[in-house]
Design a protein around this ligand. Structure first.
Ligand SMILES: Cc1cc2nc3c(=O)[nH]c(=O)nc-3n(C[C@H](O)[C@H](O)[C@H](O)COP(=O)(O)OP(=O)(O)OC[C@H]3O[C@@H](n4cnc5c(N)ncnc54)[C@H](O)[C@@H]3O)c2cc1C
Length: 350
């Protein structure tokens, strides 16, 4: 078996494989292309401290305790994941990039990587989204004389000192970027496609279940998963309240075109800018699975639980409804149960 990705989802899957008797290196391998432990967290900007993380669920079997909320989440979670891999002896191989997965011989999958090939009876794909930042296209984008960057490249607020910055995107990243950058920048503008929806009160389990059910329904229909914020809304915390009161979170509708100096709307309004920061989210990083032809006409991969409907050997953990730290944990357990069933059927049939 091959587990691709050693983020929350991949580690949760590997933990449950181990717990149910599978041995690392003998029965399964975990491959990750990143240089260090921590999944996508290792790449997040230094000002995203652990205290600013919304609700990081611990991995199964080992709590994350005594972490300093003022430290960068990349460090806190990187160290936690490294300790976890060691404690459960998961032997993650890195950096190993999976380039493609295709049909092999004897009903097996052939996993081609930067470090050789593996032949697998089952695959847990846990590659997250960080590797596929989504950049929308707008007319004139290539003519802009300033700098354009995506959340995936966000360096923290200091480099924006004295600049006029447009932040695009109505999710948690967009609002966090604005609140951080505003005290440094010469000016900020927020544009979003839809008016943002702010959510009062705590995000309890019931709200969480309802959000997951909405994403699940889309994935069951073979549609691309939607972002979590699109179904949960933005939590109205103190920082957001302050941003609304200060005007930092006054939102404009999406502009119609980009010019060399800034952006323009069809009604004649224009704003000059030095930077456009695209906080427009990410897409599932699943291109390496293309030869298996899992995609539906709707553009998504249809999954039942975590199993790809088009190929029961492939499980997608951290995809769609399980794309949160708590979802990834649960999905890791369910996936291993499913894979055990699949392998038992194969053995009976053999
Ligand atoms: C800015 C930001 C903040 C977030 N905050 C929260 C939060 O507070 N709470 C929460 O629950 N969720 C949060 N999320 C969502 C969060 O990222 C997920 O819940 C979770 O961390 C994703 O885990 P994962 O294992 O699916 O993906 P990742 O952590 O992205 O792990 C995927 C792993 O797969 C590897 N990989 C990818 N492609 C390949 C390949 N082809 N070959 C080999 N390896 C590969 C990568 O190197 C990576 O290590 C946040 C997301 C973002 C972008």
């Amino acid at each position: 078996m091959v587990v691709i990705g050693a983020g929350q989802a991949g580690l949760a899957g590997a933990f449950h494989l181990r717990r149910t008797g599978f041995e690392p290196e003998r029965d399964f391998v975990v491959l990750d292309r990143a240089p260090a432990a921590g999944g996508a967290w290792q790449f997040r900007w230094p000002s995203l401290t652990y205290g600013k993380v919304h609700g990081m669920h611990a991995l199964p079997g080992m709590e994350l305790t005594d972490s300093d909320p003022a430290r960068p989440s990349s460090e806190v979670i990187g160290e936690y994941f490294a300790a976890y891999e060691q404690r459960f002896d998961l032997r993650v191989r890195r950096p190993v990039e999976v380039r493609t997965v295709r049909e092999g011989s004897g009903g097996r999958l052939l996993v081609e990587t930067s470090d050789g090939m593996w032949s697998a009876r089952a695959l847990i794909n846990a590659t997250g989204t960080w590797g596929r930042p989504f950049w929308p296209r707008y007319p004139g984008q290539e003519t802009f004389r300033g700098r354009q960057l995506h959340t995936a490249q966000y360096p923290g607020p200091e480099p924006f000192a004295g600049l006029r910055v447009i932040v695009v995107g109505g999710g948690a990243s967009g609002t966090q970027h604005l609140l951080e950058i505003a005290p440094y920048a010469a000016g900020t503008t927020w544009v979003t496609r839809r008016p943002p929806v702010f959510r009062e009160g705590p995000f309890d389990e019931e709200a969480g279940r309802a959000a997951v059910a909405l994403v699940e329904e889309r994935v069951r229909q073979g549609l691309p998963p939607r972002s979590v914020v699109s179904v949960t809304g933005l939590p109205l915390n103190d920082a957001i309240r302050q941003g609304l009161a200060d005007g930092v979170l006054d939102r404009l509708p999406m502009f119609d075109r980009i010019t060399p100096e800034g952006v323009e709307w069809n009604d004649g309004r224009r704003i000059d800018a030095d930077v456009i920061l695209w906080a427009t989210g990410f897409r599932p990083a699943v291109d390496h699975l293309a030869p298996l032809r899992l995609r539906e006409p709707g553009g998504g991969i249809r999954v039942e639980g975590t199993r790809a409907v088009a190929d029961p050997r492939v499980h997608l953990v951290g995809y769609g409804p399980s794309a949160s730290t708590v979802g990834a944990n649960r999905a890791g357990r369910a996936t291993v149960r499913d894979i055990r069933r699949l392998l038992a059927q194969e053995t009976v049939a053999a």
